[in-house]
Ligand binder design. Structure first.
Ligand SMILES: [Zn+2]
Length: 1033
């Protein structure tokens, strides 16, 4: 899946829930279903009765303990802080400029300090709570059931405690993961959707093989009303059975009177009815307005990670691979699509038709099943032995050519690169009008947002870059994820890190003109920034509940995953080593499930030069964070020292983690060609290499292909600055961007002062390349926004002056006409975006003129794609033009442009409009709810909007988590956008108060911990650097 909203620059991720992972949460080891035997794999004997179950009430108690730090007074304070926060909206201020007439009132700091009484009550509660927890834990678990206690078994000190089913009977399974005693072999699925009433009925027939003697079958089902169930064991008669349901874990079970024996086969048939999902997952309905103004309804699926169970009862874990035969009934004016080609169509009564698809020719995980009922049109072409089709709503068929061409070329590339042909006869790429993620890699039926698949012929290369990237990502998944699948969500990076890396790698080969390298570099910088936080997590990390599964879709799985693969490929000798390793991995595990070690072992096996890939890479996937490498020189000795680059607000918890770092470096003797690159393996705390004393400077981490940050010491930095000041071209632009990123990061860590940062930036007056300029601008703009939100008015003015001064001539040199080169477009949109947002007069005038021309031309003139955002954002600041833009947004059918209009609309500094647009995003009529995270991010960038957005999120939290699952990327984005610009104690306390009040509605999310940590770090950085900013800017 590509969950990332390509237009939201800042990508979020976050920490583990200590309480949910307490000693009470016991899960069996992840068992790889498929590896033992391709035909009928066996599982380690695991009798459900032998597994200890956590007493639910004790877990609740523990959770209560973790949250009792929010007492009544805190709650009072929280509400009063919110009231104060609200009151600022209605108060005009003399401090702000006329464009931002709102200011806030600081909440009294003392109000959330607990009183002595509160403290005593807290301590007492803690003591009582802890004692109760211990007592309950050591009591027989069955205290919590109606069934009374079973006899204690000497070998199992804790009896499992089974929960109650919805019908009041004991549910025979007590764990989050399903038992391994039966395994599905094939599903026969029939769906009868009723698009008039938004309901469907279904029949699921599952053929299973028994792996261990058992009396129970446990599988997943969510929000399905099961109306009939029959069961057949081997040759015996089919009979009715009762289905038990345990809703909190979305599980159903059939308990049999006789034992099924290992080696037997059985068939379970379930009839059910359900409503379409109202969110963006499961089997959900969507609609669009056609060119005649009619509303057209359709239905589509999104199952990853945990929603196949909302459409049909199934073993909804990635290791339970099976084959699928799918049938869907439809009205005659609709068409259906599924993973496989259609096999036949049979007329039914009342004008309905039953479409039947071929049985899947491959075993696949449930999260990859997909089907669509719609009235879409295809645009198709044969590529090798595969029919590639791009589907869209009929009015947008003209926008499908680019995607078809791109997908065809990339399919050929991957067929060749992996030396395994895409295994299905057809590949559909479908643009769905309502779609939350960027895209989803369902095998043979990839679904997309319209913005990530459809572009017009006249679109700019930057717009094509987005579409090509997402297609490249999803196509790579057809091998990484679909053919070879992670055993469990803890190794999601095996899917996502790989697909992300392949997306950049394949585009560099197939579409070099798209210049994707700059984007990948920026993505790696942001991944480092996220992973530097204490709340980050290891690439491969434990996952034990639905929220944690959702949270795995974050920048660590995707972008750090991709970054460490790039580092590995750069380290392996010879061009083809990496490729040979992954071909070996794909062939060895084709159709199966794997974990991280399987990948490293495959790569080690093909290594020609005894490079121990496992040894090196485990240090990057099994621990969170990354190293800081510090360089010191004495004579001809260069000492490299490593430590964990950990941003913490208390300076206290540095870890002793060590990484096996493939350090690369260049020197002033040879710094540009790839042969200049030298290697040094740093496995221990420190290492020494020799360099002639005549070497003036060295630069580590060539082209930033390694996932680490480098500190050169005062003299080392000075030497690099001198070199760049006299000639910027002594280093590649990637290396220059890497120096800029690293010095800002070191400033955040407190290892260099802001003076040092400003010194480094002095060379920028000679800089003209995209990567260093965009990196410097993004760092400076982030500081500008923090100062703005703190109302440090004089510093805001000086920072603005500083940015316009440093980049002024480069800004003035930019053109406003069509530009071919992607890299120049990136540079231009970053420079002009900054210039206009800082109110640079000439920028504003040119943008306004371009908008006027565009408006008056009645659709005949076009704003260059890379400048549309700048132009729409400027237009949205004027009353009349905002209305014009809203009208354009409503009638525009060109998705990429429409999205930029939306960002423009959301960038308004008019309070009434901000409130309107937030509400409209939640309602979903004029602005689709899928765009709400983008709207909130954009609103939060502005001074006027960020507190409105914060209040909006607090007031509408329950509705937000109804639309977007807890832990999901959308929720991560919203939390990050709302809080990442806070840097004061008042805001920290507000955020703490709100998030802790959420309790099970999200207080334990990693993104919440990241948010609080980020606010503390911002606060610390500001306190430390405000004097330097006052003196230095
Ligand atoms: Zn993906």
């Amino acid at each position: 899946m590509d969950p990332f909203d390509s237009n939201v620059a800042d990508r979020a991720n976050l920490p583990r829930n200590m309480i949910e992972n307490s000693m009470f949460e016991e899960e069996p080891d992840v068992v790889d279903l498929a590896k033992d035997s391709a035909a009928f794999p066996t599982f380690p004997a695991l009798d459900p009765d032998e597994v200890v179950y956590e007493p639910r009430s004790s877990r609740l108690l523990v959770r209560g303990l973790g949250e009792n730090d929010m007492d009544e007074e805190d709650e009072d304070c929280e509400s009063s802080a919110r009231l104060l926060g609200m009151s600022f909206m209605n108060r005009s201020s003399a401090h702000r400029s006329s464009s931002s007439p709102y200011t806030r009132q600081a909440a009294p700091r003392s109000c959330s300090r607990p009183s002595a009484r509160t403290t005593v009550v807290c301590v007492l509660f803690l003591v009582i709570g802890a004692s109760m927890t211990m007592l309950l834990y050591f009591l027989p678990g069955c205290t919590f059931t109606k069934a009374g206690c079973k006899k204690t078994n000497k070998t199992t000190p804790f009896e499992p405690v089974y929960p109650l089913s919805t019908n009041g009977k004991l549910f025979p399974w007590a764990q989050y993961r399903l038992p391994r005693s039966v395994r599905p072999l094939s599903y026969d699925l029939t769906f009868n959707p009723d698009l008039d009433h938004m309901t469907f009925t279904g029949r699921t027939v599952i053929t299973m093989s028994v792996l261990h003697n058992t009396k129970i079958i446990v599988l997943h089902s969510a929000n399905l009303n099961i109306t009939k169930a029959t069961f057949k064991l081997g040759d015996k008669e089919t009979r009715d059975v009762t289905v038990l349901e345990y809703q909190p874990k979305q599980q159903i079970a059939v308990q049999l009177s006789e034992e099924m024996l290992a080696g037997q086969y059985c068939v379970l048939t379930l009839d059910y009815s359900a409503s379409f999902s109202h969110t963006y997952d499961g089997f959900y309905n969507s609609s669009y307005i056609d060119k005649d103004g009619n509303k057209r309804v359709l239905a589509a699926t999104q199952f990853e990670p945990l929603s196949a169970r909302k459409a049909f009862p199934c073993f909804d874990e990635p290791a339970f691979k099976a084959t699928f035969l799918i049938k869907i009934s439809r009205k005659q004016n609709y068409m259906t699509l599924s993973n496989m080609p259609q096999a036949k169509s049979t007329p039914l009564s009342e004008g309905l038709v039953l479409d039947e698809f071929e049985k899947t020719s491959v075993n696949m995980s449930t999260y990859l099943v997909a089907f669509i009922v719609a009235d879409f049109n295809p645009n198709s072409k044969n590529v090798s032995k595969t029919l590639v089709s791009v589907y869209s709503v009929p009015d947008k068929k003209a926008h499908t050519d680019y995607a078809l061409d791109t997908a065809s070329k990339l399919l050929e590339f991957y067929n060749d690169y992996f030396e395994i042909n895409y295994p299905l006869k057809k590949l559909d790429l479908v643009a769905i009008p309502d779609f939350l993620a960027g895209a989803m890699e369902n095998w043979g039926l990839i679904t997309f947002r319209e913005t990530t698949l459809l572009v017009g012929n006249q679109s700019s290369p930057l717009e094509k870059q987005v579409v090509a990237s997402v297609i490249a990502h999803e196509l790579a998944h057809q091998w990484f994820g679909n053919l070879v699948t992670m055993s469990w969500w803890n190794d999601l990076w095996l899917n996502e890190g790989f697909a992300t890396y392949m997306q950049y790698m394949s585009l560099q080969h197939v579409f070099p003109k798209l210049d994707i390298g700059n984007l990948f570099l920026a993505v790696r910088f942001r991944a480092l920034d996220k992973d530097a936080l204490n709340s980050s997590h290891a690439v491969s990390t434990e996952v034990n509940n639905p929220e944690q599964v959702e949270e795995m879709f974050d920048s660590v799985s995707y972008e750090k995953g991709a970054s460490i693969l790039m580092m590995l490929e750069a380290w392996l000798p010879g061009e083809q080593q990496f490729r040979k390793g992954i071909i070996q991995y794909l062939k060895q595990f084709s159709g199966l499930n794997t974990d991280t070690d399987d990948l490293w072992n495959s790569l080690t096996q093909v290594s020609v030069s005894h490079h121990n890939v496992s040894e090196m890479m485990r240090s990057w996937t099994s621990q969170k964070g990354f190293p800081l490498v510090t360089v010191s020189r004495k004579g001809d000795q260069v000492t490299l020292t490593q430590e964990h680059f950990l941003l913490t607000s208390d300076n206290a918890t540095y870890t002793s983690s060590l990484w096996n770092i493939p350090v690369t470096y260049v020197t002033d003797n040879c710094s540009l060609a790839s042969e200049c690159r030298q290697m040094f393996n740093l496995k221990t705390k420190s290492g020494t290499l020799k360099l002639p004393e005549s070497v003036k400077w060295l630069k580590l981490n060539c082209n930033n292909t390694g996932f680490y940050i480098v500190h050169y010491g005062k003299e080392g930095w000075a030497a690099l600055q001198d070199a760049l000041s006299s000639n910027v071209h002594v280093l590649t632009q990637e290396d220059r961007a890497s120096l800029i990123h690293n010095i800002f990061a070191l400033s955040r860590l407190g290892h260099v002062s802001f003076y040092d940062v400003l010194n480094m930036l002095k060379y920028m007056s000679n800089e003209t390349e995209s990567s260093p300029v965009t990196e410097a601008l993004s760092q400076l703009n982030a500081i500008y926004r923090l100062l703005d939100k703190r109302q440090e008015d004089s510093l805001v003015a000086r920072m603005k002056h500083y940015i316009l001064d440093l980049f002024g001539s480069l800004m003035d040199n930019q053109t406003w006409v069509e530009e071919e080169s992607v890299s120049k477009q990136e540079l231009r949109s970053a420079l002009l975006g900054s210039a206009c947002s800082l109110n640079q007069e000439s920028c504003i005038q040119k943008a306004k003129a371009l908008f006027k021309h565009y408006d008056e031309s009645n659709g005949t003139s076009r704003i260059p794609g890379d400048l549309q955002q700048v132009v729409f954002s400027v237009a949205a600041q004027s009353n009349d033009d905002w209305e014009t833009l809203l009208h354009m947004y409503q009638i525009n059918t060109y998705d990429a442009e429409k999205r930029k209009m939306l960002r423009g609309l959301a960038s308004t500094q008019d309070a009434r409009r901000i409130v309107w647009i937030l509400k409209a995003g939640l309602r979903g009529d004029i602005i689709q709810t899928q765009e709400l995270p983008l709207v909130i991010s954009t609103v939060c960038n502005g001074f006027t909007g960020y507190l409105f957005a914060w209040n909006f999120i607090q007031e509408n939290w329950d509705r937000l988590i109804e639309k977007f699952p807890l832990g999901s990327y959308a929720i991560q984005t919203i939390i990050n956008a709302a809080t990442s610009q806070f840097s004061t104690q008042v805001h920290l306390e507000q955020a703490q108060g709100f998030f802790s009040s959420l309790k099970e509605r999200g207080s334990q999310m990693r993104s919440v911990q990241e948010a609080l940590e980020t606010i503390r770090l911002n606060q610390r950085w500001m306190e430390k650097n405000l004097p330097a900013l006052h003196r230095g800017l």
